[in-house]
Design a protein around this ligand. Sequence first.
Ligand SMILES: *Cc1c(COP(=O)(O)O)cnc(C)c1O
Length: 414
Amino acid sequence: MTSLLAADEAGRLLAEELAGRLPDARGRFGPFGGRYVPETLVPALDRLQEGVERWLHAEEFQRDYARELHGWAGRPTALTRANGLSREWGAEVWLKREDLAHTGAHKINNAVGQALLARRLGAKRIVAETGAGQHGVASAAACARLGLPCVVYMGAVDMERQAPNVGRMKLLGAEVIPVTSGDQTLRAAIDEAMRAWVADPMGTYYLLGSAVGPHPYPYLVRELQSVIGREARAQMLAAAGGPPDIAIACVGGGSNAIGLFHPFLNDGSVMLLGIEAGGRGSGLGDNAATLAFGRPGVLHGSFTMLLQDAHGQIQETHSVSAGLDYSGVGPEHALLHAIGRVRYEVANDDEALAAVDLCSRLEGILPALESAHALAGARRHAMEHPGSRILVGLSGRGDKDMSTLQAMLLTERG
Ligand SMILES: *Cc1c(COP(=O)(O)O)cnc(C)c1O
């Protein structure tokens, strides 16, 4: 990233980021982020930004949010000392258990927070996009809870691959609209949801599912997901007697990772490690490791790192975990990578599958394939730094992955 940031600029941005002054007024994390959108979207984003500034940190909003997180979504989630993995890897491993949150992953923190915001803004209905269906399910649940109609855009290809989640969304009262344009997966679904929002910016609220997209979404989602890191930090101090040496999370769009990392940014002794999906290799189209293999560009209204070919065409991605299968990454991660505060590595499909297997057998916890990438990163770190105290963001549970696990782990075993 030296081409994008001179050394003195990187130093200045690191100081800004640590001081909590990013994004700036234009929604920029250094060179990344911002708002690269058609004119028609600007009034809707302005309105959202005003709403975020007025409500997000207001006492009454935070009280409502805390009540829903606690009484409905099951927070605080547990911090578990992973005794089996600790013995196996010769380290001290702690798991932040987002798999125990309602609907089975961290996504509910964002969904219920934004749904509450939508209600404050007077929205009559919610639109959301979903790829694998996890964000669609979380949005449908939050909307049911708050009495808001919910429309979820989902690629036609994804609807076929993730049929159980389509059923879940429908049971939760959401309307699921198949997207047959573009790649018929998450990327096209985001475009369609944005279009639906532009058509009715006053009555509709667009509930975006990760720390991506135009300002203020990356900021809004980070603030909502930071509950993960705030809890984990306090729990580590109480249960482990001190902060971890390293905190590790998987990175798709980057919402669970930024939520875990952000409250630790100023703990200089805590290393932060994001793990991207290495898929089946380093070739174009074989992975979803945006920071490892991508170049800067604009996608979904944000200037960030992207997987693209030599002509700037966005690349199809591959990962065994559907939730990491995205060709972009949140702009704050692009900055944290460029300034070196967070390190990013990849774990491939096989490493993730092995980590699901091990965590299930040694801990009695079946992790999501996404989360298993973080576990694979933890294993590698433990091998290199024996005895270290490792905090892993276990972003979700693996029950949703049973058909993949059946085909890839159980069939060969018989
Ligand atoms: C969606 C999902 C992810 C990836 O999304 P981020 O925005 O990168 O957090 C990771 N883990 C689980 C369990 C998910 O459902």
